[in-house]
Design a binder for this molecule. Structure first.
Ligand code: NDP
Length: 313
């Protein structure tokens, strides 16, 4: 009998995914049928839910037969606390998304490292040759050493940046100095000429970068945040930029998205805003991850990328 999979995501996602999902399950010889609906008939007969937190589905209660919810996004903060969710929740770790995040982070680190904005001469009055340090002399810190932080850290280390990474549990990653805990965080911030945030949003990480922690960064440091907006205290960040303690912030994610028109980040000369585009799930590679999890679920094998509901990620 065919496994019944509900695709609960906006219609535009369905257009992107319907064919690649069908191809991915066929490749694994999994007999699954996908349907796009907000409130399907016979919800108790749905076996898996492929879920985007932007979907209108918020009550998982009727899906009494569902074996798992497979999140289409890497971040799960909008679903992990849903009290109706009793099924196992897997998040998205997509090789395509990881590749995109590596490219975005490397581009923005390089922009600040090479001071590319300063280099671009718009008239001969700006002809001021400047030699930036080599990457080997520009310490970078990544907060979060998960699927994304590790990949970004290793790409930067391959370019010779001295990379320090920080995570909850102790780790060892080739080419990087890995730290953990509060003392590790202070040490990781103290050396960070460029700081990249790749932490999930949880009660523990909200406002992690407050005024006290921002003050630990070296003078003139740059903050790059493709993680989640609430990781940083916005007011403290603006104050540190205004005082000249920080040189720049490149922000892809915000407390409220889209960033409200009146928000001071829009006009701040030391802030670059990007519209939550650091990296997206790529349908073709993500479909293979979903198909593999359905195969595992049906074979009674452990699912990939299960979320720890207590930790929140
Ligand atoms: P993972 O779950 O793989 O990694 C999370 C990392 O953060 C882990 O190293 C974890 O530590 C660490 N961490 C979590 N909580 C704490 C804490 N309290 N103290 C210290 N370290 C902590 O996530 P991903 O790498 O896949 O993704 C990271 C985030 O990136 C996502 O949650 C999402 O918010 C964001 N994202 C943004 C996108 C964009 O376009 N802007 C696109 C995709 C993701 P440990 O390893 O010890 O568990």
């Amino acid at each position: 009998m065919s496994v019944r999979v509900l695709f609960s995501a906006p219609k535009s996602d369905w257009e992107d995914y319907r064919e690649v999902l069908a191809a991915a399950v066929a490749d694994l010889a999994v007999n699954a049928t996908f349907e796009h609906a907000v409130f399907p008939d016979n919800p108790e007969a749905v076996d898996y839910i492929v879920y985007a937190p932007s979907s209108r589905l918020s009550d998982f209660g009727p899906f009494t037969g569902a074996k798992a919810v497979l999140n289409l996004w890497a971040g799960v903060e909008n679903v992990v606390t849903n009290p109706t969710l009793t099924q196992p929740l897997a998040r998205m770790v997509d090789p395509g998304l990881t590749e995109g995040m590596v490219e975005w982070c490397v581009a923005h680190v390089m922009r600040h490292h090479l001071m590319t904005d300063r280099d671009v001469c718009r008239s001969n009055a700006a002809w001021e040759p400047f030699v930036p340090p080599l990457a080997r002399d520009r310490p970078v810190t990544i907060l979060g050493l998960g699927a994304l932080g590790r990949a970004v850290g290793q790409a930067l280390a391959a370019l010779n940046f001295p990379v320090t990474g920080w995570s909850r549990s102790e780790k060892s990653v080739d080419g990087m100095t890995c730290l953990a805990g509060e003392t590790g965080l202070r040490q990781a911030l103290a050396t960070a000429e460029i700081l990249v945030l790749l932490l999930p949003l949880t009660p523990e990480t909200e406002d992690l970068l407050d005024a006290d922690r921002l003050a630990l960064l070296p003078k003139g440091a740059v903050v790059i945040n493709p993680g989640r907006g609430p990781l940083i205290d916005d007011g403290a960040l603006i104050a540190a930029l205004d005082k000249g303690d920080l040189a720049h912030a490149t922000l892809d994610v915000f407390r409220t998205e889209p960033l409200p028109e009146s928000h001071p980040f829009w006009t701040h000369l030391k802030v670059t805003v990007t519209p939550h585009i650091a990296s997206a799930t790529r349908p073709e590679s993500a479909a293979r991850v979903i198909a593999e999890n359905i195969r595992r679920g049906e074979a009674g094998e452990p699912l990939l990328h299960l979320v720890d509901r207590k930790k929140g990620y």
